[in-house]
Design a protein around this ligand. Structure first.
Ligand code: ADP
Ligand code: MG
Length: 222
């Protein structure tokens, strides 16, 4: 079993760059989409592909936009359990489609954490999505909310998927590293960045053929 914890000074520079680039790309992207939708009325098969590719660029830009923002956020005391429940509900359609059962387990008493709820939601959505995508023939994703530690709230997301080869572990969280044909390779980087902004940590333990556990540790609100 491999344990991987990522330290990332490089990410703040990437974030600053991303802010500018993402912003500049967004307007022409929206304009292009409008024109292609107009063309679609003429019914050429290529407009479908063009729109798909535009959506792909759009999701990359959106993920970069999240990286760009963390400074201006307001942190509030927030309960993780309802947040996890809403994420699980949000992921239900994709889970059903992939034959995946998402279970929520709680250990100990979890106190509120200090967070920007939408950002923590985005982290959890990215991680549950990765867990579902790792299980080609379905299975169980277990989300564990662990309040047994005095100082930290712990969330574990465990899947029964393909796992991650040892030599790939150092590359996780690097921008654009993806083993998926339709992947952006930005999800884990965004997660890492948001968790760090919350003064928490994200670590990954994996075994090929058995599955992966991603653990996020977040400080309690005080
Ligand atoms: P994407 O999902 O778009 O590929 P991510 O940054 O979310 O980008 O993930 C990067 C890569 O890390 C994935 O392509 C996959 O190879 C690997 N990975 C992430 N989560 C898991 C998981 N739960 N099980 C197996 N591999 C994973
Ligand atoms: Mg992903």
């Amino acid at each position: 079993e491999e344990e991987w914890v990522r330290r990332s000074e490089k990410l703040s520079i990437i974030g600053q760059l991303a802010a500018g680039v993402a912003h500049e790309i967004r307007n022409p992207l929206t304009a292009l989409k409008g024109f292609i939708q107009l063309l679609q009325a003429k019914n050429t098969p290529y407009t479908e592909i063009m729109l798909e590719e535009l959506d792909r660029i759009n999701s990359i830009v959106n993920e970069f936009m999240t990286i760009a923002k963390p400074q201006a956020l307001t942190y509030t005391a927030c309960d993780l359990k309802p947040l996890l429940e809403s994420v699980i509900q949000f992921m239900q359609p994709q889970a059903l489609l992939c034959n995946v059962d998402i279970r929520l387990e709680t250990e100990g008493a979890v106190r509120p954490i200090s967070c920007e709820p939408n950002q923590i939601k985005q982290v959890l959505i990215n991680l549950v999505k990765n867990a579902i995508e790792a299980m080609f023939s379905g299975g169980v994703v277990t989300v564990t909310l662990d309040g047994t530690d005095e100082e930290w709230a712990v969330v574990r997301i465990t899947d029964e998927g393909e796992g991650i080869p040892e030599d790939k572990l150092p590359q996780l969280g690097e921008p654009f590293f993806s083993t998926k044909s339709m992947g952006t390779g930005l999800g884990l980087m965004v997660c890492q960045r948001i968790v760090e902004a919350h003064k928490g940590t994200l670590s990954i333990a994996s075994m090929v053929g058995q599955g992966t556990t991603v653990t996020i540790v977040l400080p309690y609100h005080r």
